[in-house]
Design a protein around this ligand. Structure first.
Ligand code: GLN
Length: 527
């Protein structure tokens, strides 16, 4: 097994996730079997309870684990489907260690960070690498070198380096190369963060320098000299016009060749799938504007997968997608609503804040026949909007938001008994059945699909026949027909909603069908 470890220095937000995902992409392009693991040194067991304002989007894996958005980058770039096993947190490691201690597995020893916690970390990494039948295991250590939370993980990696053969282990360190006021590239922060790494016994093999501009030869030489890596192992990562350019940028820098030679792996002809996709992306000229109406629009990472899925839909439809972020709370306060966009998307969400603003946006889309896509909460709010303004139940609502006679969105009876927060959340891949002769069938082209879920509330089955009388169709269902999964309104060009989150399965080279349909409708081409 070959291990590539990715650490970060200087500060967070340098794009370590994209760097790791891009390395993974270069290797899978050559046919290598790569398994990624993300280490999040926080104490939470997973990201399920984390606030998108603080952390960006919560990404959902097929097994229902809620994780950091970097796992989304891995899935999109590397083309793998991951599970909770691929996300190690301090919480999970300590939970295992404490459970073992309680069972007496440590035979009366004092349980310590070294060796017990570090052993747990190493055996987790090795187990996942082996179980996934990988040739290369790519491990990203979240946070910045020097953070107290990250120490046990870096120590585990230091031990692994000694235990593995030199040609089986590679450490990539991502740092910042800032520009000073005269535009000179400064290497001191990089030198310091490498010093920090060395103080815990780790020497990087490759240094990726993030900079607004391409690293100059002189800058590379300086980093090479001070940090003891060959010049060809100093890789420039300048700001890219699109994150999908990064693997190709790394290839131009010779990163793939360097990794292969260090790990003693043969160079293989790349499949070219990624390059073809990027060329398509570069060639797009026309542009459509999609309004995304949400609560977290100031933190655009909160809707990262949606942004990516719209881009994927655009590649397929033949147009660029510009996103117009609209704050649902502002919309709520506004009088008359006017949205100047080719399509309107209402994403997932929780709670009352801004919900009425989203409903206004949906009403505007439906009445003006503007292509609409509602996802999860957006789907539920579209059902509410329809109940209020087409059927005429003015009090229609979701029981998540208000108590009402027309709770068209509600908990199922068995869920009402369990009220612990998150206790009834329906998560992960679930089979959905699509009805023939519908827009959903046209888009997916098959009867059974698997999509990722993250919700608690459902369309109330008591009202379904009434909706259908007024022309709203539930074209996809699950759980033997008890739960509605897709809605569409054939009177409009494209008015479509899903209870699940199709954005999580969208890939740049294999876009999600609802996003393709939506962007095509917005662009005005045939679906
Ligand atoms: N709040 C809604 C529910 O719990 C929708 C959740 C979501 O959009 N992810 O069902």
């Amino acid at each position: 097994m070959k291990y590539i470890m990715v650490t970060g220095g200087v500060m967070s937000g340098l794009g370590k996730g994209i760097t790791s995902a891009s390395i993974g992409r270069l290797l899978v392009e050559m046919g290598y079997r790569v398994v990624p693991i993300k280490i999040d040194p926080y104490i939470n067991i997973d990201a399920g309870t984390m606030n998108p304002f603080q952390h960006g989007e919560v990404y959902v894996l097929k097994d229902g684990t809620e994780v950091d958005l970097d796992l989304g980058h891995y899935e999109r770039f590397i083309g793998v489907e991951l599970t909770g096993d691929h996300n190690i947190t301090t919480g999970k490691i300590y939970r295992n260690v404490i459970e073992k201690e309680r069972k007496g597995e440590y035979l009366g020893q004092t349980v310590q960070i070294i060796p017990h916690v570090t052993d747990e970390i190493k055996s987790w990494i090795r187990r996942v690498a082996k179980e996934n039948d990988a040739e290369i295991c790519l491990v990203e250590i979240g946070g910045t070198v020097g953070d107290i939370e990250g120490m046990p993980f870096l120590e585990a990696i230091r031990q692994m380096r000694n235990e593995e053969k030199p040609e089986d282990f590679l450490l990539v360190h991502v740092t910042l190369v800032p520009l000073d006021s005269s535009g000179e590239q400064k290497t001191k922060p990089t030198q310091h963060s490498v010093k920090e790494l060395r103080s815990i016994g780790l020497q990087p093999d490759v240094i990726v320098g993030r900079c607004a501009r391409r690293l100059e030869e002189g800058t590379k030489r300086k980093i090479s000299l001070f940090c003891d890596v060959p010049v060809e192992a100093v890789i420039s990562a300048e700001d890219a016009s699109d994150i999908y350019e990064v693997p190709l940028m790394f290839r131009d820098e010779g990163l793939d060749d360097y990794i292969l030679s260090k790990l003693k792996l043969e160079k293989r002809e790349p499949s070219g799938e990624w390059e073809r996709m990027v060329e398509k992306l570069r060639s797009l000229e026309d542009e459509v504007t999609i309004a995304v109406v949400g609560k977290y629009v100031d933190v655009q990472d909160s809707y990262l997968s949606i942004r990516e899925a719209l881009k994927h839909g655009g590649i397929e439809a033949g147009c660029k997608v510009r996103i117009l972020w609209i704050d649902s709370e502002e919309l709520e306060k506004a009088g008359d609503v006017e949205i100047d966009a080719d399509g309107i998307l209402v994403p997932g969400g929780f709670g009352k804040r801004g919900a009425e603003g989203k409903i206004k946006a949906i009403e505007y889309a439906r009445e003006n026949d503007i292509p609409f896509l509602g996802i999860c909460f957006g789907f539920q709010l579209a059902v509410i909007e329809f109940a209020r303004h087409v059927i005429g139940w003015e009090d229609a609502n979701s029981s998540e938001l208000a108590e009402t006679e027309h709770a068209v969105i509600d908990l199922l009876p068995e869920q009402k008994e369990i009220d612990e927060l998150g206790g009834t959340m329906r998560l992960g891949d679930i089979e959905v059945t699509i009805k023939p002769g519908t827009m959903a069938m046209k888009l997916y082209g098959r009867e059974k699909i698997y999509e990722r879920h993250r919700h608690r509330y459902e369309v109330n089955p008591d009202f379904i026949s009434e909706f259908e009388k007024y022309g709203l169709i539930f074209s996809g269902y699950s759980d033997g027909g008890r739960r509605m999964e897709i809605m569409e309104y054939p009177k409009n060009k494209f008015f479509f909603g899903t209870q699940f989150h199709p954005e999580f399965k969208s890939r740049p080279y294999s876009p999600s069908p609802p996003f393709v349909g939506f962007v095509k409708a917005a662009y005005g081409v045939e679906i």
